[in-house]
Design a protein around this ligand. Structure first.
Ligand code: ZN
Length: 674
């Protein structure tokens, strides 16, 4: 199940919040830019005001969050660590000309590898194409001390034999995640979740393992690599004593320190997570999740583990991620109102009554300030999280939903004055509404998506949840987005005091449709299709509503001065189309209707009109805005006196390269080949 709303996408919305004219002088929010990436710093307001015990807890959890970085690199592709380390050695050791175009191309490549946690783009999953020659790269390798290069391949020649084709042969390991219908997705995906097995073998393996009658099914496969050893298919489990043990041991060390300073119920929760890391037992992981989801009192909270399965074409293996956060009291009021009314939203949704939850349980929602990002949340991070992922836990215990306010804030700051909305939003009234309500509309849409959308609805008897296969995540995101869109335009929101008027919904509808049909294409290379789940979902919603509302001209393509625009003419009708689509998508999920789900995604979410695509790319390029964003973390330093910790200081960084090199030096615990 996919429940992570990726920030890079929302950041795209954020770029729409327009210029505020003359911005006051302040420290730059963007600390680095390269290729299609901007790196932003975020602040952690109110950290200084936390009680000392909570500051120390944040410190320990933050250390634990940094220790799994190598795991993600290795999960993404088996030679990522070898390649990153080779590049880092060159970067720190090479004494020759560091100003040539080829050198700068190597530097850019390294920055991209750091950002993507590997050699495939973090969003499109396509392998990076180096803009330097193999000859030049070989020259660089020869010019640095051999003993500082990865030693895991016997010799420098052995290392080169592995990494050179991986970097330079465009046909090899071309995509980290290939979900093309009809291909063996395991064989064609370069991720490191499987080795030597076919898609059929994987499906058979887990089919045999699953107990169809278990009302509390274990998330089989979540924390292991599936390999063939001597003709037998076995799991290499990620745990202390198993695969990735050296990194997991360090994570556990810091978690133990955190356990010692935490108060109940958090103390037991951390103990439960440690037990899971030690045993690799997925029942234990469920136990941990149940404890975690029930804890709504701890001010400091965290995610640390193998959580989201976006990186696996079969949606089974989870990438390692971490984040540490604490409550943003003021902003929490908004999500509390939504949570308190969760049952009303469920009861009044346009979904078939058979697929509604009779009783919505424990939708806890809060707005948080993030203090540390790690693993698959770093540098690109979600701005909303809804966990745990196991459907039965969500049904019995509910889920915890958070939106990350200091990250959205930083995004908006970084986007001010970039000219985006002047270029793409045709009508002044839409621009005005977006300017006035864009941030609130985005925040509320995220809240509704995360707090209510993912948690809403129920499966029909007999449906288990895996039926939609590779379309699962797209359809799940579609469902949550539609839920949010539909309710954003409900007068109930005005009544609850969440929005001043329905103009907030109009702002969101106009920008959502424009993004889904048009501007998000700026993140895709010409000639490619839409692959990523959230992007597919947005395109699908917008295109479906366009087609269904065509007779009434609900959404319209407009040509003006040679440029293409998309406008919403009828906001009320659009809202009812969102409702119709939500009803259908919920039915597809509830009944596990694979064919209908597939048709929806393939017909509306995948293919791009090449002419429009080229135009969007050209216009976007003229603005010089990087379509993707990510963040560098602050540092935390213990202040000690007479052997006792008396304070924790926060230090803000402004060097992306500096942080990456530091993390690679201090938090690198795995061999280059695992
Ligand atoms: Zn989501």
């Amino acid at each position: 199940m996919k429940r992570l709303l990726t920030l890079s996408v929302m950041g795209f919305f954020a770029t729409m919040l327009s210029s505020c004219g003359s911005a006051p002088e302040e420290k730059a929010w963007i600390v680095d830019r390269f290729d299609d990436i901007k790196v932003i710093r975020y602040e952690v307001p109110e950290f200084e005001k936390l009680p000392l015990e909570e500051k120390i807890l944040v410190y320990y959890l933050a250390e634990a969050a940094k220790c799994g970085r190598d795991i993600l690199f290795d999960q993404n592709f088996k030679y990522n660590l070898a390649i990153r380390r080779t590049l880092e050695t060159i970067y720190t050791e090479y004494g020759g000309d560091r100003t040539s175009d080829e050198w700068l191309a190597v530097e850019k490549y390294l920055k991209k590898v750091w950002f993507a946690n590997g050699i495939h783009h973090h969003y499109s999953n396509d392998k990076f194409r180096p803009e330097f020659s193999q000859e030049y790269f070989e020259k660089l390798i020869a010019a640095v001390p051999a003993e500082k290069l990865p030693q895991d391949f016997g010799s420098v020649e052995g290392l080169k034999a592995v990494i050179m084709p991986a970097i330079f042969d465009p046909t090899l390991y071309a995509s980290r995640l290939d979900q093309t219908a009809g291909v063996d997705m395991i064989a064609s995906s370069a991720n490191n979740y499987y080795e030597g097995v076919t898609q059929q073998e994987v499906e058979d393996f887990y089919h045999k393992m699953a107990d169809d009658h278990d009302p509390r099914p274990v998330s089989y496969g979540l924390n292991s690599k599936l390999v063939k050893e001597n003709g037998r298919i076995v799991e290499r489990v990620w745990k202390v004593g198993g695969m990735y043990s050296p990194a997991i041991e360090r994570i556990v060390e810091w978690l133990e320190k955190a356990e010692n300073v935490a108060a109940e119920p958090q103390k037991s929760i951390i103990a439960s997570l440690i037990k899971y890391y030690r045993t690799g037992d997925l029942r234990q992981f469920d136990d941990y999740n149940i404890k975690w989801v029930r804890d709504t009192v701890s001010n400091v909270d965290f995610v640390n583990g193998f959580i989201e399965d976006y990186g696996d074409p079969l949606g089974r293996k989870a990438s390692w991620e971490a984040n540490v956060n604490f409550r943003d009291e003021e902003a929490c009021r908004r999500t509390e109102i939504i949570s308190e009314n969760a049952q009303w939203f469920e009861d009044n949704s346009p979904v078939d009554p058979a697929f509604k939850k009779k009783e919505v349980k424990g939708v806890s929602a809060k707005v948080i300030t993030v203090a540390m990002l790690g693993g698959d949340c770093y540098p690109a991070t979600p701005i909303g999280i809804n966990l745990p992922n196991a459907d039965w836990i969500r049904k019995e215990y509910g889920s915890k939903s958070v939106t990350i306010d200091n990250i959205t804030y930083a995004y908006n700051k970084a986007a001010q004055g970039n000219g985006f909305q002047e270029e793409f939003v045709l009508r002044g009234e839409d621009r005005d509404r977006i300017k006035q309500y864009g941030k609130l509309a985005d925040d509320l849409h995220t809240d509704l998506h995360e707090c209510l959308g993912h948690g809403s609805g129920q499966l029909a008897p007999g449906t288990k949840g895996g039926e939609l296969k590779s379309y699962t995540s797209t359809l799940e995101e579609t469902r949550a987005d539609l839920f949010g869109l539909y309710y954003l335009g409900d007068p109930k929101l005005v009544e609850l005091g969440l929005i001043p008027s329905l103009d907030v919904a109009k702002a969101q509808y106009a920008s959502y449709i424009m993004n889904g049909m048009m501007t998000q294409l700026s993140r895709i290379e010409l000639g490619k299709n839409v692959e990523e789940a959230h992007m597919r979902n947005r395109k699908m919603i917008a295109e479906w509503c366009y087609e269904k509302g065509k007779a009434d001209n609900v959404i319209e393509w407009v040509k003006d001065d040679g440029k293409t625009y998309v406008v919403v003419n009828d906001f009320d009708k659009l809202r009812s189309l969102f409702g119709d689509m939500l009803r259908e998508v919920q039915r597809i999920k509830s009944e596990g209707d694979y064919e209908a789900g597939k048709a929806l995604v393939e017909d509306y979410g995948v293919k791009i009109d090449p002419e429009l695509h080229a135009e969007v790319l050209a216009r976007y390029k003229s603005l010089n805005i990087e379509p993707y964003g990510g963040f560098i973390n602050p540092d935390y330093r213990l202040v000690e006196k007479d052997g006792k910790i008396v304070d924790v200081e926060i230090v803000y960084n402004d060097s992306y390269v500096g942080q990456m090199l530091e993390y690679s030096e201090k938090y690198s615990f795995l061999p280059s080949i695992n």
